[in-house]
Design a protein around this ligand. Structure first.
Ligand SMILES: [Zn+2]
Length: 307
C-alpha cells in the first residue's frame, strides 16, 4: 500500500501569469489526507478543487473553476505535484493565474523539493484503466489502455523545420520526470502571438517564459532538449491527468493532442471510473458492470477501477 503525501512546510514564489500578464504570488501549504489540491481563490476564498468537474477551458492552457471563480494555467504545477508523489497540497494565490516562471515545471519541482514531503496515514488510491478509451479524430487523438504502470507515448508532427516529427515514450517516475520532462518549456509561434493577444491570451508571454518559434528557427536561444516540444506535450498530459484527483495507471498514446483533447480524455476516464472499493482492484468494474447491466461482456466493460 502506498501512502498519501503532503509537503513538510509552506513555500512561496512569485511571477507573472502567462496569459493574463498579472503579477501573482503563490504559496503552497500542507493539506490533510484525502484533501487533494484545492485552490482557494481571492477575494471570496471559494476553493476550486482539482477534479474533472472543475475543468472549464482548454484554450492554450488548463483553466479550472467553480461558482463563478476560476484559475488559469494550472497544468505545469499539477504535473510537478503529481510526478513528485504529492497528493495533498493547498495552493494559495493572490491572482487568478499561476505564475508562468520559465514556461516549464522545473521551478515548481525546485519549490516542492524545498518544501519537503511527508507521508500521511491514508492509502493512495490510483485509478486503473481496464479498457481502451480513445478521444479525437484521425489527425489528433489520445487514447489510454490498460498497463502495469503509467506510460506516455507521444508523437508530435508539426510541419516546421525545428519541430518536424518528434516521438518520446516514457514511464514518468519521479526521477525521469525531473531529469527528462520537467524543464521542457511551453512554446509558441511568433505568427500566432498577435492573434493570441487580440484574444486576451499570452499577455504575460515573453522570451523568458516560452520557446518562441519564427518561421525557420527558435528566436530565443538554445533548446533544452533537441525534442523539447514533445517533452512539453507529455508534461502537459501529466498535468491534465492530475485533474482526475488520483494517480492513473495506464498507457497513454497520443498524436498532436492539446489541452482540449486532454480534458476530453480526463472526462471520459472519470465518466467510466468506478468508486473505490476497499482495495479491490480491477474486479470492481466487473462486479459493478454485472449488477448494472445483466449480461456480462468482459471485452466491452470499458472503464476504470479505483484502488
Ligand atoms: Zn504546457
Amino acid at each position: 500500500m502506498e501512502l498519501q503525501h503532503t509537503i513538510r512546510k509552506a513555500v512561496a514564489c512569485r511571477g507573472v501569469g502567462l496569459h493574463t500578464g498579472t503579477p501573482v504570488a503563490m504559496t503552497l501549504h500542507r493539506a490533510p489526507a484525502d484533501h487533494g489540491v484545492p485552490f482557494p481563490l481571492p477575494p471570496s476564498g471559494v476553493e476550486v478543487p482539482v477534479r474533472p468537474e472543475s475543468l472549464l477551458n482548454g484554450h492554450y492552457a488548463t483553466t479550472i473553476g467553480t461558482e463563478g471563480t476560476q484559475v488559469q494555467t494550472v497544468e505545469h504545477l499539477l504535473a510537478a505535484v503529481r510526478a513528485l508523489g504529492i497528493d495533498n497540497v493547498l495552493v494559495e494565490l493572490d491572482a487568478a493565474e499561476l505564475p508562468a516562471m520559465d514556461g516549464s515545471a522545473a521551478p515548481f519541482v525546485s519549490l516542492l523539493y524545498a518544501a519537503g514531503r511527508e507521508g500521511q496515514p491514508a492509502a493512495r488510491r490510483p485509478l486503473w484503466v481496464t479498457d481502451v478509451i480513445r478521444v479525437g479524430d484521425e489527425a489528433r487523438w489520445l487514447q489510454i489502455s490498460p498497463a502495469a504502470e503509467l506510460r506516455i507515448s507521444y508523437t508530435l508532427d508539426i510541419d516546421h523545420p525545428v519541430v518536424g516529427v518528434q516521438v518520446v515514450s516514457i514511464a514518468p517516475t519521479e526521477e525521469r520526470f525531473v531529469d527528462e520532462l520537467a524543464s521542457a518549456r511551453t512554446y509558441g509561434f511568433l505568427k500566432d502571438l498577435e492573434l493570441l493577444r487580440q484574444q486576451g491570451l499570452a499577455l504575460g508571454g515573453s522570451l523568458e517564459s516560452a520557446v518562441v518559434l519564427g518561421s525557420e528557427s527558435v528566436l530565443n536561444g538554445a533548446l533544452r532538449f533537441r525534442d523539447e516540444f514533445v517533452r512539453h506535450k507529455i508534461l502537459d498530459v501529466i498535468g491534465d491527468l492530475a485533474l482526475l484527483g488520483h494517480p492513473v495507471i495506464g498507457h497513454v498514446m497520443a498524436r498532436n493532442g492539446g489541452h482540449a483533447l486532454n480534458h476530453m480524455l480526463v472526462r471520459e476516464i472519470a465518466r467510466r471510473a468506478r468508486p473505490a472499493h476497499d482495495g479491490v482492484a480491477r474486479a470492481v468494474s466487473h462486479a459493478v458492470t454485472r449488477s448494472e447491466g445483466g449480461a456480462r461482456h468482459p471485452s466491452s466493460l470499458g472503464g476504470v477501477a479505483a484502488l
